[in-house]
Design a protein around this ligand. Structure first.
Ligand code: AMP
Ligand code: MG
Length: 813
C-alpha cells in the first residue's frame, strides 16, 4: 500500500548493482526448497497449522460474490496513545501486540472460532548480505492464533506475542510454498488465512545514497483481505486504518467494527480480570437503545375481537362478496356463514374443548373451521389422507370431543379407531340439517383457538396451542401488511394441519378478500399449480422456499403468461439468495417477502427483498407485537456482528405445549432479568435458532445447534425419526442426518441403520422394513428417507454419534 517518493539522484552506477543483487535474492528464494533448512521450516509450519485453521465467517453486509473482488475501502483511526500504552504495560507487551490481540479477540467474537489463521505482510531478508538491497522482499506470514480456554486480555496478549515471535522467526518460507505444501482445500475466491490480515507498517527509513526518500500512500490499493487492520504508528497517538473489501462491507459497517475494537480495548483496560469473550464490544446503552428501537411489542393494529366475529362482521357488511373460489364457482360471505351455521348446529357441546377436523382443503373445510370456532371449539386439523400412527397419537394427545369429516365415517380408519378406542363422537358433514341459526358461543381473546402438532424430539407429536387473541392479531397484521383486502385473491396453499393454512384462511376472510384453496391433488404438482394461479387470478401467494424453487423452474420453462401475482410470501425455511433473485427477475412486479418464525409465535419477523441477495436472505425485523432478540449464553443481547440465540418475547407466544409435551417448559424459561430491555413482553420463547444482528439492524438466520431441520418447509426433528426407527425390533442402532443442496435447502434425509441380527447373524430388517416402519408411523406426512446399512455408528469420545464421520450414502439408496 505504500511507495517511496525519491527526491535527489542516487549515483547512477548504484542501480544496476542493486538490480543484480535483488535477482540473487529471488534466486535464493526459488532454491529454498532444496536447501537443508527447508525441511525443519516446513515441518514447523505444518505442525503449527494442523488442523488447518478454518475460514473466517465474518459478519459481512453481503455474502461473497462468486469470483475474486479487489476493490477496497478504508476507514482511518487516530486513538489516544497513552491509553494503549497503559494497556500494553499492563499486559507487558507492545502497543502493536495489544492492537493485534484486540483485533483477534474481536474476530473471535464474530466467528466463534477458537483457532484462527490471520496473515500479516512481512519483510524477508534472509541473509545480512541483502541488507542494503532495494526490492520487493515481501512475504506473508500466518499468525496461528489460539483463543481457546477463555484467556484474559493479558493472557491472550502473551500468547499472541509468543506465537507472533515464533512465526516471525520462520518467515522465510514463501507463502505460496506453504499453501502448496499444506494442500489447502482452496475456495478459488479466497486466499487461505487472508480473510483477515494485520499489518504493522514499517514506514522505516529508506536510505539511498545521495537521495531523500519519503513514504507515500498508494491511492486505492487493491484489497488484500476482507478486513485488514493496519497500524502506522503508536506514538504519540495510535493511527492506522481498517481496510475492507467493498464487495462485502459498507463503510458504515467498517466504522462500527473499528468502534467495537476501540470499545473492546477500553474494556480490557478497565476489566483486566475478564476473559476476552466477555469484554464489552458495544456500550450497553447503545445495545439497549438498538433493542428498544427494534421492539415492536406495542405496535400494530389492536385486537378487537376473536376471528370468527371478525369474519361475521365482514359477512354483515359485504354479504355478496365472494368469500371463496372453488372449482369454478364462487361462494359469498353470506353463503359461507350459512354453511358454517349448519356445521355448528351439527356439533355436540364443544365449547372450550378440542375438535378434530379431518378434511381436505376446500369450502367444506373452511365452513367447518368457522362452524367449529363459532361453537367455541378449539381446532385440531388433520388432513384427509393416511395419517398413520401419528394421527392416532395426535388424537390420543388432545382427546377431542368430536371428529368432523366429510364422507362415511365407517370408511375412515382413523375415525373408526377414534370412535372405538377413544369413545369419540364422529360427525359427518353428510348429515347436516338444511338450515340452522345457532347462536355463536362468545369467545374471549384468551381462549384457545387451535392446536397445531409439530414433530417432537422423542417420536411423539408436540401440540402447540394458540389463542384467539394471537390468531386475530396475526391475521389482522398480515392482511394489512400484504395487500389483502376486498378484491384481493389469496391462495390457501398450506395443507390442513399447518398453522400457515389457518393464517391464510382467516387472513383472507377477516380482510374481506377471496380465499382460493389449492385443491389437494394440485399441490404436489407445480406445473399444474402455475395454471391454477393464473386461472384463479391469485394476487397473494404464500408458500415455502423449496416449493417456490419448483415454481421458478416451471416459470423458466413456460413463462409467466396469465399470472397476476402481486405478493409472493415465503416462509418456513431459509430463503436462498439465488432463489430470491430468480423470483424477482422472473416476476418483476411482485413484492417478495421472507417471513420467519416458529409455530410457537406463528411467525416472528419479515424482510422484504428489494435488492439482489448474496447468500441467504435476511429474516429482517420483528412483526408487530413481538420483540425478537439475539442473546448470548448469559441472556444478554448480542451486539451486531455476534451470533447468538434467537428469543421471541411476545404476548403472542403460545401459553405452552399440550398433552405429553406440557411438562417441557425448557423453551419458555424467561430471560434472566433484563428489565432495561423495555416492555415486559410477557412470555418468551427460545427458538433454538441461531441469529445475528446485521450492521443495518436486520436479522440474519444462522442455522440451528440441534437436529431440527426443515424438509420442504416441514419442521422435522431428526431424533423423532431416530426414535421411531430405534423402537423397532429390527434396528440395533441408527442415526438420521440431512444433506443439503448447493443453496442450503435440505435435499434429502438419510438414515444409517445398524440392523439387529437373528441367531445366525442374519439382519432382521432392511430398507423396505424400515420404510414401512416410518410409513406406518407418519402416514402420508412421511418424508422420503434413504437407508444405508452400516456395521456400527462412529462415535466421538463422549459417546455421541459423530455424524460427520458417517460414510457417504450409496447413490442408489
Ligand atoms: P415451524 O414451527 O414449523 O414454523 O418451524 C419453525 C422453524 O423453521 C424456525 O425455528 C426456523 O428454524 C425455520 N424457519 C422458519 N422460517 C424461516 C426463514 N424464513 N428462514 C430460516 N429459517 C426459517
Ligand atoms: Mg410456521
Amino acid at each position: 500500500g505504500y511507495a517511496a517518493a525519491v527526491h535527489g539522484r542516487p549515483p547512477r552506477d548504484a542501480l544496476p548493482e542493486l538490480r543484480t543483487r535483488y535477482a540473487d535474492f529471488v534466486r535464493w528464494q526459488r532454491k529454498l526448497p532444496a536447501a537443508p533448512e527447508f525441511g525443519p521450516l516446513l515441518d514447523w509450519w505444518t505442525a503449527t497449522l494442523s488442523p488447518l485453521p478454518p475460514l473466517l465467517d465474518l459478519p459481512v453486509d453481503r455474502a461473497r460474490p462468486a469470483g475474486p473482488t479487489f476493490r477496497a475501502g478504508e476507514v482511518r483511526f487516530d486513538w489516544d496513545g497513552a491509553a494503549l500504552a497503559e494497556l500494553a504495560a499492563a499486559a507487558t507487551t507492545t502497543p502493536e501486540t495489544v492492537l493485534l490481540t484486540g483485533f483477534l479477540a474481536l474476530l473471535g467474537r464474530y466467528t466463534g472460532a477458537e483457532r484462527m489463521g490471520v496473515a500479516a505482510p512481512v519483510t524477508v531478508r534472509p541473509a545480512p548480505e541483502f541488507e542494503d538491497v532495494v526490492g520487493m522482499f515481501g512475504n506473508l506470514v500466518v499468525l496461528p492464533a489460539d483463543l481457546s480456554e477463555r484467556p484474559t486480555f493479558a493472557e491472550l496478549a502473551g500468547r499472541v506475542a509468543a506465537e507472533w515471535r515464533a512465526a516471525l522467526a520462520r518467515r522465510e518460507l514463501p507463502f505460496e510454498t506453504l499453501v502448496r505444501e499444506l494442500d489447502v482445500d482452496r475456495d478459488p475466491s479466497r486466499v487461505p488465512w487472508c480473510d483477515a490480515m494485520f499489518d504493522v507498517r514499517d514506514t522505516g527509513k529508506l536510505e539511498l545514497p545521495g537521495a531523500q526518500a519519503t513514504p507515500r500512500p498508494v491511492p486505492n490499493p487493491a484489497a488484500r483481505a476482507d478486513l485488514m487492520l493496519t497500524v502506522e504508528r503508536v506514538d504519540p497517538t495510535v493511527t492506522g486504518s481498517l481496510s475492507y473489501r467493498t464487495s462485502l462491507f459498507d463503510a458504515a459497517s467498517a466504522e462500527r467494527i473499528l468502534d467495537q475494537l476501540h470499545t473492546l480495548l477500553a474494556a480490557a483496560l478497565r476489566h483486566p480480570e475478564l476473559p476476552v469473550d466477555e469484554l464489552e464490544i458495544e456500550p450497553p446503552d447503545r445495545i439497549r437503545a438498538a433493542v428498544r428501537a427494534a421492539d415492536r411489542i406495542t405496535d400494530g393494529p389492536p385486537v378487537e375481537a376473536p376471528v370468527p366475529e371478525l369474519v361475521h362482521e365482514r359477512a354483515r357488511s359485504n354479504p355478496d362478496t365472494p368469500a371463496l373460489s372453488w372449482a369454478g364457482a364462487e361462494i359469498s360471505y353470506a353463503e359461507l356463514e350459512r354453511w358454517a351455521a349448519r356445521v355448528t348446529a351439527a356439533l355436540p357441546e364443544v365449547a372450550g374443548a378440542p375438535v378434530a377436523v379431518r378434511m381436505g382443503t376446500g369450502p367444506g373445510q373452511v365452513a367447518t373451521l368457522l362452524g367449529v370456532l363459532d361453537a367455541g371449539g378449539q381446532l385440531v386439523c388433520l388432513g384427509r389422507g393416511d395419517a398413520g400412527e401419528r394421527g392416532k397419537a395426535v388424537l390420543a394427545d388432545t382427546r377431542p370431543v368430536c371428529l368432523v369429516l366429510e364422507g362415511d365415517p365407517a370408511e375412515d380408519k382413523l375415525a373408526r379407531w377414534y370412535a372405538e378406542e377413544l369413545g369419540g363422537k364422529v360427525v359427518s358433514l353428510e348429515d347436516l340439517a338444511p338450515d340452522a341459526a345457532p347462536a355463536p358461543v362468545r369467545r374471549e381473546l384468551a381462549d384457545l383457538a387451535y392446536i397445531t402438532h409439530t414433530s417432537g424430539t422423542t417420536g411423539q407429536p408436540k401440540g402447540i396451542p394458540q389463542t384467539h387473541g394471537t390468531l386475530a392479531q396475526f391475521v389482522t397484521w398480515f392482511g394489512a401488511e400484504f395487500g389483502v383486502g376486498p378484491g384481493a385473491r389469496m391462495a390457501q396453499w398450506a395443507a390442513p394441519g399447518y398453522d400457515a393454512a389457518l393464517g391464510e384462511i382467516f387472513t383472507a376472510l377477516v380482510a374481506g378478500a377471496t380465499l382460493c384453496p389449492v385443491p389437494d391433488r394440485l399441490r404436489p404438482n407445480p406445473d399444474k399449480l402455475i395454471d391454477w394461479l393464473a386461472a384463479e387470478r391469485i394476487t397473494v401467494f404464500q408458500t415455502v422456499p423449496s416449493y417456490a424453487k419448483e415454481i421458478l423452474r416451471v416459470i423458466g420453462e413456460r413463462g409467466t403468461a396469465g399470472l397476476v401475482l402481486e405478493h409472493v410470501l415465503l416462509a418456513g425455511e431459509a430463503l436462498p439468495g439465488e432463489l430470491a433473485n430468480g423470483l424477482r427477475a422472473a416476476l418483476p412486479g411482485i413484492r417478495l417477502v421472507n417471513l420467519y418464525g416458529p409455530t410457537e409465535s406463528i411467525l416472528a419477523t419479515y424482510h422484504e427483498i428489494t435488492d439482489t441477495v448474496h447468500g441467504t436472505a435476511p429474516i429482517g425485523r420483528s412483526i408487530p407485537g413481538r420483540q425478537v432478540l439475539v442473546v448470548d449464553e448469559n441472556d444478554r443481547p448480542c451486539p451486531p456482528g455476534v451470533t447468538g440465540a434467537i428469543v421471541i418475547r411476545s404476548p403472542y407466544v403460545t401459553p405452552g405445549y399440550l398433552g405429553d409435551a406440557a411438562a417441557d417448559r425448557s423453551g419458555f424459561t424467561p430471560l434472566q432479568g433484563h428489565p432495561e430491555l423495555g416492555s415486559d413482553g410477557g412470555p418468551c420463547y427460545r427458538t433454538g435458532d441461531h441469529g445475528l444482528l446485521r450492521w443495518d439492524g436486520a436479522l440474519e438466520f444462522r442455522g440451528r445447534g440441534d437436529f431440527q431441520i426443515k424438509f420442504n418447509g416441514v419442521r422435522v426433528e431428526l431424533t423423532d425419526i431416530e426414535a421411531t426407527l430405534g423402537a423397532h425390533e429390527s434396528v440395533a442402532d441408527c442415526a438420521v442426518v440431512a444433506s443439503r443442496d448447493r443453496q442450503g435447502l435440505v435435499a434429502r434425509v438419510m438414515a444409517y441403520v445398524v440392523p439387529a441380527r437373528g441367531p445366525s447373524g442374519e439382519p432382521l430388517g432392511a430398507a423396505d422394513t424400515w420404510r414401512a416402519v416410518l410409513r406406518q408411523r407418519f402416514g402420508a406426512a412421511m418424508l422420503p428417507v434413504s437407508f444405508t446399512t452400516v456395521l456400527g455408528l462412529p462415535r466421538n469420545i463422549g459417546g455421541k454419534v459423530d455424524r460427520r464421520a458417517l460414510p457417504e450414502p450409496a447413490p442408489a439408496a
